[in-house]
Ligand binder design. Structure first.
Ligand SMILES: *[C@@H]1O[C@H](CO)[C@@H](O)[C@H](O)[C@H]1NC(C)=O
Ligand SMILES: *[C@@H]1O[C@H](CO)[C@@H](O)[C@H](O)[C@H]1NC(C)=O
Length: 269
């Protein structure tokens, strides 16, 4: 049976940004991408050969866009082995991974230039010292962060005629790396970072670092990305695999660094 994909990453490509920016939605770009991915098919076209996947660079643009649009993701860490009694966890979870959803935002570009990592796609995380995720990290765990577009299934169309909308067809990326605490910020830098983060998380103002009367002690941190694994959707029409981290880090909002991909930025995915 010939299944022809009718929608791809429409919701992701056309979504308004939850963070500090407004992404212009250019239907021409979207349509152009569509035509590229949906070649004219003749009755002789059969099976997956009729489909084309976006290039890996385009997929990486989409992944950076997913980061920019996301406000939370599942952070996986592992319990220390042995589990210290202060962890209040069963000793038998030593070494096991635990995935917990955490607030994130793509705020590097709001930091002063010398701290911004040049806006290279290291997600900003508000870390609560009391939370299991950050206790595990404090005990030596590295982490991964999974971001996905599954909450937006209502905005997606069916991938194939006759198949209901499918979250499995929507993109997700898992970023691997280690947590880096941000150094102390000047009041001005902290205010800018808070502005970015609170756009996505107005409620988090209660537990911002240094918030008076905060129920939990917190600090600003970011995930320094060392690897990125992408599942664009169904494998016949999307890429699945490890991304080129040089490209992940070299993509910017409007364009990418010299020598990275074809020069587009993530707004032009
Ligand atoms: C955490 O990641 C760093 C940098 O990638 C690496 O050097 C270190 O060995 C990792 N630690 C663990 C416990 O895997
Ligand atoms: C990763 O991307 C960079 C920039 O586009 C490119 O120069 C490099 O060859 C790529 N690495 C691999 C292993 O493909």
């Amino acid at each position: 049976m010939l299944w022809k994909p009718v929608f791809n990453l429409v919701a992701l490509v056309s979504a308004p940004l939850v963070g500090a920016f407004v992404i212009p939605y250019d239907p021409q770009v979207l349509l152009a991408n569509h035509e590229q991915r949906l070649p004219e098919s003749s009755p002789l076209d059969q099976g997956v050969d009729a489909f084309t996947r976006p290039s890996w660079f385009t997929s990486t643009l989409l992944a950076r866009r997913l980061l920019a649009l996301s406000s939370s993701g599942v952070v996986s860490t592992t319990f220390p082995d042995p589990v210290p009694s202060s962890a209040h966890a069963p000793s038998s979870v030593a070494g096991l991974p635990i995935g917990l959803r955490e607030y994130t935002a793509d705020c590097n570009s709001f930091l002063p230039e010398h701290l911004s990592n040049d806006d290279n796609g290291d997600p900003t995380i508000l870390a609560l010292r009391v939370a299991t995720t950050f206790k595990n990290i404090n005990a030596g765990s590295n982490l991964s962060l999974e971001l996905d577009w599954w909450d937006h299934i209502d905005q997606a169309g069916p991938v194939y005629p006759g198949l209901p909308r499918s979250p499995a067809a929507l993109p997700r990326v898992t970023l691997f790396g280690y947590l880096e605490a941000l150094p102390p910020l000047t009041d001005e830098a902290a205010t800018r970072l808070e502005q970015c983060f609170l756009q996505a998380h107005p409620d988090a103002k209660v537990w911002l670092p240094g918030a008076s009367g905060s129920p939990h002690s917190s600090f600003w941190a970011r995930l320094i990305v060392t690897h990125a694994y992408w599942i664009g959707g169904f494998g016949d029409v999307q890429q699945i695999g490890w991304m080129n981290v040089t490209e992940w880090k070299g993509i910017r909002r409007e364009s990418s660094m010299d020598g990275v991909g074809d020069g587009r930025g993530w707004t032009h995915a």
